[in-house]
Design a protein around this ligand. Sequence first.
Ligand SMILES: Nc1nc2c(c(=O)[nH]1)N[C@H]1C(S)=C(S)[C@@H](COP(=O)(O)OP(=O)(O)OC[C@H]3O[C@@H](n4cnc5c(=O)[nH]c(N)nc54)[C@H](O)[C@@H]3O)O[C@H]1N2
Ligand SMILES: Nc1nc2c(c(=O)[nH]1)N[C@H]1C(S)=C(S)[C@@H](COP(=O)(O)OP(=O)(O)OC[C@H]3O[C@@H](n4cnc5c(=O)[nH]c(N)nc54)[C@H](O)[C@@H]3O)O[C@H]1N2
Ligand SMILES: [Mo]
Length: 838
Amino acid sequence: MSGTKSPHGGLTRRSFLKTTGAAAGAAAVLGTGAVGLTAMAEDASSNDSGEKVISTICRANCFQACMLNAHVRDGKVVKMSRADYPEDIYSGCCLRGLAMHERTYSDNRLKYPLKRVEGTERGAGEWERISWEQAIQEIADKIKDIQSTYGERAMTFNSASGNYGAVQGGAIDRLAYVTGGTAPAGMYDFAMGWGTNRVMGGNVFGYSNEPKDMVDAQHIIIWGTNPVWAQPQTWRIILAAKDNGARLYCIDPIRSATSQYVDEYIQIHCGTDLYVTLAILNEIVKNDRIDVEYAKQCTTSPFLIREDTGLFLRRSDIEGGPLASVRDSKSLNSVGYDKTDPVYVMDEATGQIALYTECEHPVLEGEFEVDGIRVKTAYTALKEHMAQYTVEDASELSGIPVETINKIIDIYASGDRVTAYTQFGIDHYRGGHLWGQALAILHALTNNLSRHGTGIGGPGAPKGALSPLGQNTAMGRGTNPIKADKVMTSIASCAWSEVVATGKFRGQDYPIKGYIGNCDNIASNRGGQRDWLDKDVKNLELIVDIDFEMTDTARYSDYVLPAAFWLECTDIRGNFSNPYIVYGEKCIDPLWECKTDNEISTLLAEALGVGEYYPPRTDEEWIDICFDSDTMRAKGFNQERIKKERALRCLGTPEEPWIIGGYGEEFPTQSGRAEIYNEVPTARYDYGQDWQSEAKLEQFPIWKEPYENWPGSEAKKKYPLSYLTLHERGRTHTQWFGCETLREIDPEPYVHVSPQDAESRGIEDMEIVEVFNDRGHCVIKAVIDNALPEGVCFIPKGWQMDQFIEGSFQEMTLNAGDWCAGGYVFYDATVEIRKWEE
Ligand SMILES: Nc1nc2c(c(=O)[nH]1)N[C@H]1C(S)=C(S)[C@@H](COP(=O)(O)OP(=O)(O)OC[C@H]3O[C@@H](n4cnc5c(=O)[nH]c(N)nc54)[C@H](O)[C@@H]3O)O[C@H]1N2
Ligand SMILES: Nc1nc2c(c(=O)[nH]1)N[C@H]1C(S)=C(S)[C@@H](COP(=O)(O)OP(=O)(O)OC[C@H]3O[C@@H](n4cnc5c(=O)[nH]c(N)nc54)[C@H](O)[C@@H]3O)O[C@H]1N2
Ligand SMILES: [Mo]
């Protein structure tokens, strides 16, 4: 503990100094323009008497979960400052957090319930102020109407990632459970984890070791991520590792902010990382540059695969008896080794088969015949499979010189501690999950998963920090406190529009007629914005949005309800970048007529006639529900403690950070090992796509071409520029888009164009251009940016439609996901740019 944390005020001198330093430092890094924030930082040192300092949390989805102090004077939050985590390395805040009070009182805030003026078109911008009573009654009547006419599933209830608080975040999702509605299944950034999960388990966000463990790494390969913008707190840990002697590399198509600080920047063509990684893996296994003992003991490399079925040779194959494991290639049931029917390996000592659970020295390589059944080890099969991916081909496709790829191979083979730090740059392409799968196998075989300083760094380190929190409990999932006798159906987000348009789901009638969302700006964050504007908006009979500001989604709604901002309600959240759950206290009462999401959801439940399942609960009562689990009790966690301590560590200890499969523990897979082979790979969601044809090829990772954004694509012939929509430091997704102080630094949207592409198109710096493809367009100023290679452009994501001259950043992306991973392919798009002539 830093010893300076004081939840309710009485900020100590030491934390004052820290706060001032942090804020002033942040302003300095940004150079000129950060006037407002510098002033705020200076102000932080003058503590009037009467100022109350309340420790709270940022709730946005940037994975960092900063703890912040709200400074309250006369009932008004006058500034924000950094609050401390129990461990210094996790303490930090960014400019968005420091500007949170500005967002609270912003002119952009929605203040009253609004109804679209009768007779005007959606999106026309004509609103009538109505009372809460009228709003709740009319919305409930329309929902009931839709559900009784078309069926319960015709109503969609959506809570996305705008607020990671367990209480307010999922408040609208809960209604799907009491009314039997539809909820879109999260798809924004899950692909990567779908691949690692096949190898390491831990589910989609559970692959990463605790971030601070990175300080022990000898090499950190920052791969397809830009932590300087998108994970500033984790970036400090990477810098600490550098101070500790780690060598940093960055693999990225563009000279990102992060690439400026590393020892070696490796430029790569968009969409080709998977191929490169397959080639690296090939070289590693071809030459047996692996950790043989680890591969034998902690991975499934020695498991025997039957040549006839592609399944493992199990006890039931030899001794008879029922097959304990599920082998269903038609459904999404995943297939694994059930330990009651264990898999065989070949015993080195006897030359006979032995159950893997009983064999000390299994054979790593070879083909054998057992009782007339031909088998080979998974490692041998992997070697054969990988042989097709050569370093030469990888070099040609990716543009990375052969010597550089060989250097990466040497690093992996050196026995040094290697962390691949990644987030979602590669995830956002078709085949992104296969990259996760290949990378995890590479790390497993070189013993770079469960030693200190190794692993695949990214979100979800503290998978346990999320699960015991019972976030799902408060959302209505898991041990559901809502006892309604209804079934909620979830539909993969990328299929939802299609269902709305066709009224069919997996070939069955499935009308969807209504949409209500909170913590969600679907019109702006989902790929292919024109689908929302031209199809969904026209097909839906009811659209309701609950938010703080007039977002793209709100603008096209029938009703807009004003939510209480984060500082206006209490919540707790789990975390993706450290192993804590944290407490965010309410600092002021809801402003204007705003209500908390919890209250809005409850009012709707009552008006819908399902209030009996869903009694009014205070924020505190929901928090108690979150703690009401065996896991929480086992840890001794409860509301009282979190209120007092503000941050509770869920996994590991400050001395021994949490590591997946570390300290002699098993991996959270069915075999307990890192699984290099999938018997029957499945898709994450079945939405009627022919996933079987793709999944069956993914027993080992394979090269799967991105849809559009890779060197060999058809799309590039017409639209030659790779189109990225990066996560910018001044906004979290579409939040803070109107924050005046941050707009001093980043005033308006720009498309970043390489000098070569600007020249060949005759585009001048700051000239207005049109970025376009067949799906849509965006009219915007161009910035000529040396960071970009020829053929790549980007618009940082998150501006609202009305901040562009025409169109938006999201019109050109695909409203689609990889068939197996389901994750949206935001970066898998290409465009052309031309001068704008009206
Ligand atoms: N400030 C801020 N922080 C955020 C967010 C935010 O909106 N704003 N969002 C949060 C969320 S939910 C997420 S998912 C994360 C995302 O975090 P990141 O994944 O770090 O963010 P991106 O901006 O997508 O950066 C990805 C990097 O991948 C690179 N890239 C693109 N294509 C390729 C490729 O083919 N190969 C390789 N090797 N690299 C490629 C891009 O050039 C970019 O530098 O950030 C979180 N943090
Ligand atoms: N083109 C492109 N699109 C992308 C991405 C990309 O890289 N490129 N990244 C994708 C990724 S990885 C992600 S995670 C998604 C994120 O997409 P979203 O989950 O939609 O993220 P946000 O824009 O942060 O939040 C949505 C809305 O929630 C509101 N909100 C916040 N807190 C609350 C609250 O307490 N109550 C209520 N009622 N509303 C609240 C915010 O004001 C905001 O309008 O975007 C995806 N979209
Ligand atoms: Mo995300």
